[in-house]
Design a binder for this molecule. Structure first.
Ligand SMILES: [Zn+2]
Ligand SMILES: [Zn+2]
Length: 217
C-alpha cells in the first residue's frame, strides 16, 4: 500500500517536507572557510592552513539541524528518495568549477547495502548531475571494508584510523585526468570526504571538490 506523503520533520500530511518546515531550514552560508566550509572569519580557516585538505573546496546546502537534518535522516534511513530532489533544489544553486567534469557519490558501507534503502549520496548525486548537466559516475569509488564510520567510532582509535584510511578504492579509468565533484548527504568531520578525495587523486583525478546537502558545524 502506498501511503500518502507526510513531512519528514513534523509529520504533517501532504508533502515530503511541508512549507513551514522548509522555512525553518538554515542555509549553510555566511562567512565560511572555502576549503572545509566551517564558519570562519578568514577565507581559509586555521585548521586548513596548518593541514591542507586533499579536497579543494566543499560546499553545503544547509546547516545540519532541524528540518534539514530530519530530511537527511529520512533519506538515509527510510530511503525517501524524493527528499533528494527537495534537498538539492532548496539548497541553492550548485555551481561546479569550470574544471569539474564528473559527479561521484560517496559509496555506502557494504553492511548498509544489504538494507535496500539505497545509497542516499547516489540519490543526491543523480539530482546534482541532472541540475548541473554533468555526468555521474556511481562506480568511480567503492568501499573496501564492511564497516562505516559509526561502527568505527565504537572501536579503538588506532582501529578507527585504519578504517577511514584506505576505506575506498577508485577506478582509475573513470577518473583519470578528470575534475570530480564528490557528493554526500552530510559532512560532519571532513574525514570521509578527505579520504575519498585522497583516493581519487591517487587514481589520477586532476582535482576534487565536494558538495553535501548539509554541513554539521
Ligand atoms: Zn513539516
Ligand atoms: Zn577550513
Amino acid at each position: 500500500m502506498l501511503l500518502p506523503p507526510h513531512c519528514a520533520s513534523c509529520g504533517a500530511p501532504g508533502e515530503l517536507l511541508c512549507s513551514p518546515c522548509r522555512a525553518l531550514m538554515e542555509r549553510a552560508d555566511g562567512k565560511r572557510c572555502r576549503h572545509c566550509w566551517l564558519t570562519s572569519e578568514s577565507q581559509v580557516c586555521r585548521d586548513c592552513l596548518s593541514r591542507p585538505l586533499p579536497l579543494r573546496e566543499l560546499r553545503s546546502g544547509f546547516v545540519y539541524d532541524g528540518p534539514a537534518r530530519a530530511a537527511v535522516l529520512a533519506l538515509k534511513h527510510r530511503g525517501v528518495k524524493g527528499l533528494a530532489r527537495v534537498l538539492v533544489e532548496l539548497g541553492g544553486d550548485i555551481q561546479p568549477a569550470t574544471d569539474v567534469d564528473v559527479v561521484v557519490p560517496i559509496p555506502i558501507p557494504l553492511l548498509r547495502k544489504r538494507r535496500r534503502v539505497g545509497n542516499q549520496a547516489e540519490h543526491l548525486a543523480r539530482i546534482v548531475a541532472e541540475r548541473t548537466g554533468l555526468p555521474m559516475e556511481p562506480n568511480a569509488l567503492r568501499r573496501r571494508g564492511w564497516w562505516g564510520p559509526r561502527q568505527a567510532q565504537a572501536s579503538s582509535r588506532a582501529n578507527r584510523r585504519q578504517i577511514v584510511l584506505n576505506a575506498f578504492a577508485a577506478d582509475g579509468v573513470r577518473v583519470r585526468d578528470r575534475g570530480v565533484l564528490l557528493v554526500d548527504d552530510v559532512s560532519t568531520t571532513t574525514a570521509t570526504l578527505s579520504e575519498a578525495a585522497r583516493t581519487l587523486l591517487g587514481a589520477g583525478a586532476r582535482v576534487v571538490d565536494a558538495w553535501t546537502a548539509a554541513r554539521a558545524d
